[in-house]
Design a protein around this ligand. Structure first.
Ligand code: 6AU
Length: 256
């Protein structure tokens, strides 16, 4: 359990300005929900962003799955994000040597506020991102420390690597994608996918827990929900429901 519990106090302790901004959005909108916009076209992406915008703090994308993604779409998405006050989170899962990530950056990283990194290759990758980001205070990295799926690596050594990388790059790393608490540092955030109110898994090894379990028991600060929202006939209502459940679970947690 963290000594500093509330998002407000954790924002005050934050090193990275984007952690402060994100926690400000979370508390003002009363939303610790990130919707994972895993859709098939940019039209669907922009529609979904408008629908769920009022209910989210983050919108997560995989632009390499969108054949028609372009600078103009990125710009339109940015204006929806501004209108509804959320940040843009590209799930890039950068994993390569620094020189390669520096090449991947322009298309897959430059447009978003936050990107994901799998820090198994050493410091070169994070150094490359720190150099490529025009303004480091406006660019955040989330380290993928522990995955939700069946058979995922659960390694204390790897988790220690993630903690150490966060320590070496305090002005870049905002926290972790994980299923459990990786660090007690109040300024590092835990983002947890694998959350659903109705399903327990999919046919390809994804595993789900409820929002209450993710936030209340496993320590998620922000839950990441994809299909629980995107496959609903009413994505706005589904997002509102996840928002309410996740934020109530957070409010319960800080009382303990
Ligand atoms: O809610 P879902 O299962 O439809 O979508 C979950 C989203 C997907 C995954 O690529 C992603 O979360 N994800 C991640 C991330 C964010 O890195 C890690 C993980 O362990 N599990 C997981 O599902 O877009």
């Amino acid at each position: 359990e963290r000594l500093i519990k509330t998002f407000e106090l954790r924002a005050d302790a934050a090193v990275h300005p984007l952690v402060r901004s994100l926690l400000g959005i979370v508390t003002s909108k009363r939303s610790n929900l990130c919707v994972s916009a895993d859709v098939s076209s940019c039209t669907e992406l922009l529609t979904l962003a408008q629908q769920v915008g009022p209910h989210i703090c983050l919108l997560k994308t995989h632009v390499d799955t969108l054949p028609d993604f372009s600078d103009s779409v990125a710009q339109q998405l940015r204006s929806v994000a501004q209108q509804h006050n959320f940040l843009l989170f590209e799930d890039s899962k950068f994993v390569d040597i620094g020189a390669t990530v520096a090449r991947q950056w322009e298309r897959r990283g430059a447009w978003a506020d936050i990107v994901t990194v799998v820090p198994i290759a050493g410091d070169g990758l994070l150094t490359a991102i720190a150099q490529a980001a025009l303004d480091n205070s406006k660019k955040g990295v989330i380290l993928v420390a522990e995955m939700s799926s069946d058979g995922a690596l659960r390694s204390a050594e790897y988790q220690e690597m993630c903690r150490a990388a966060a320590k070496r790059f305090p002005h870049l790393v905002m926290g972790f994608v994980s299923q459990s608490s990786i660090s007690q540092s109040p300024w590092l955030l835990q983002l947890s996918p694998g959350v659903s109110v109705s399903a327990s898994g999919d046919a390809l090894g994804q595993r789900y827990v409820s929002p209450e379990c993710s936030v209340g028991e496993r320590g998620a600060d922000v839950i990441i929900v994809g299909r629980g929202v995107t496959t609903s006939s009413d994505p706005a209502a589904a997002a509102a429901n996840y928002q309410q459940l996740a934020y109530s679970a957070y409010l319960e947690r800080v009382k303990r």
